[in-house]
Design a protein around this ligand. Structure first.
Ligand SMILES: [Zn+2]
Length: 324
């Protein structure tokens, strides 16, 4: 017995050492991987959920994050959401929140703000001479299928009239309608499905708060700043730009007047087809063209009583050609 006691004690000592070592490894290893992340209640800013943080650690999915007057709800891991506002004063509001498959957050912000610049379209290059564009890093790989909300519509149009005006805006993008002589080499497709009782996932402060799987165009109150807002949800593709999952559009009929006939006695109404064309540009992956490019469809501001944005400028065409 005495002969076996020695090895037995040694064995217990080894076991105790191994247990101590594994306990210390657990303590050292897990502390940096799960940092304390206690988010405040209510709305968050991008500073509360900084790039590099984890939506899993912070339980952030579904929480509203705001930046510079724009906002969106944090999407599920593996999803990106973008908010684009078309303003009346030339200021650009928009940003993108991407959540990687592992839950890591990253942001992209609208590059410039044009609010302080005089809105002099005469000083900007002519539409067919302006090559400026930006893209949002996403595209519609299949056919963009959209629904028309069954609620109030812009310009007091009938549902059929509103559908035709919005469809014309979408077709201006997919058919690359322009007066610059560019042929349609863009393989972008669109199809209207039906009216729906579902609503665009955009709240009364123009924040992208809800993805329900349907791409809905409707009208309502989205706060005083935006004439219209587009919310886009996408996910990484195996190669190339992100793949669009859903894009909702809402016209701000609470604060702005729209018309489908701006050739008449128009004083301050926005041409529905022009605004629809601009928003359709976002749907198909275009960003804003930036300050100094006021004559392009993808300029961040809309001009009342103007139909100019119904047709694309050179930069708008080049942007679409870069994606499709
Ligand atoms: Zn826009």
């Amino acid at each position: 017995m005495a002969g076996r006691r020695g090895p037995g004690s040694f064995g217990r000592a080894i076991t105790a050492f191994a247990l101590t070592a594994s306990l210390s490894a657990v303590c050292v290893g897990e502390a940096p991987r799960t940092p304390p992340c206690a988010l405040a209640r209510g709305e968050l800013t991008v500073a509360d959920l900084p790039a590099g943080s984890s939506v899993r650690d912070c339980l952030a999915v579904g929480r509203v994050v705001t930046h510079d007057g724009a906002g969106l709800a944090v999407p599920e891991p593996g999803t990106t959401v973008s908010v684009d506002a078309l303003t009346a004063d030339g200021s650009a509001h928009g940003f993108t929140l991407a959540v990687a498959a592992d839950g890591t957050v990253s942001y992209a912000y609208e590059a410039e703000h044009a609010a302080a610049r005089p809105r002099r379209r005469a000083d900007a290059p002519a539409p067919c001479a302006d090559v400026a564009y930006s893209t949002a890093g996403r595209k519609e790989y299949g056919t963009y299928e959209w629904f028309l909300g069954d609620g109030p519509l812009p310009a007091h149009l009938s549902r059929g009239e509103a559908r035709r005006a919005i469809a014309a805006g979408l077709a201006a993008i997919t058919a690359v309608r322009n007066d610059c002589g560019y042929e349609d080499t863009v393989d972008a497709r669109v199809r209207y499905l039906s009216t729906t009782a579902k609503e665009a996932g955009i709240d009364h402060e123009a924040r992208c708060v809800r993805r329900d799987g349907l791409s809905v165009w409707d009208a309502g109150d989205i706060g005083p700043e935006a004439v219209a807002t587009t919310c886009s949800w996408s996910r990484p593709a195996s190669h190339g730009p992100d793949e669009l999952l859903e894009a909702d559009v809402r016209f701000n009929t609470h604060d702005y007047a729209f018309t489908d006939d701006p050739s008449g006695a128009c004083t301050d109404a926005y041409d529905l087809r022009s605004v629809a064309t601009h928003e359709a540009g976002h749907v198909f992956g275009l960003g804003h063209s930036g300050a100094g490019h006021e004559n392009l469809t993808m300029y961040a501001s809309s001009f009342a009583c103007s139909t100019a944005a119904r047709t694309l400028g050179k930069g708008d065409v080049l942007g679409l050609r870069s994606l499709y």
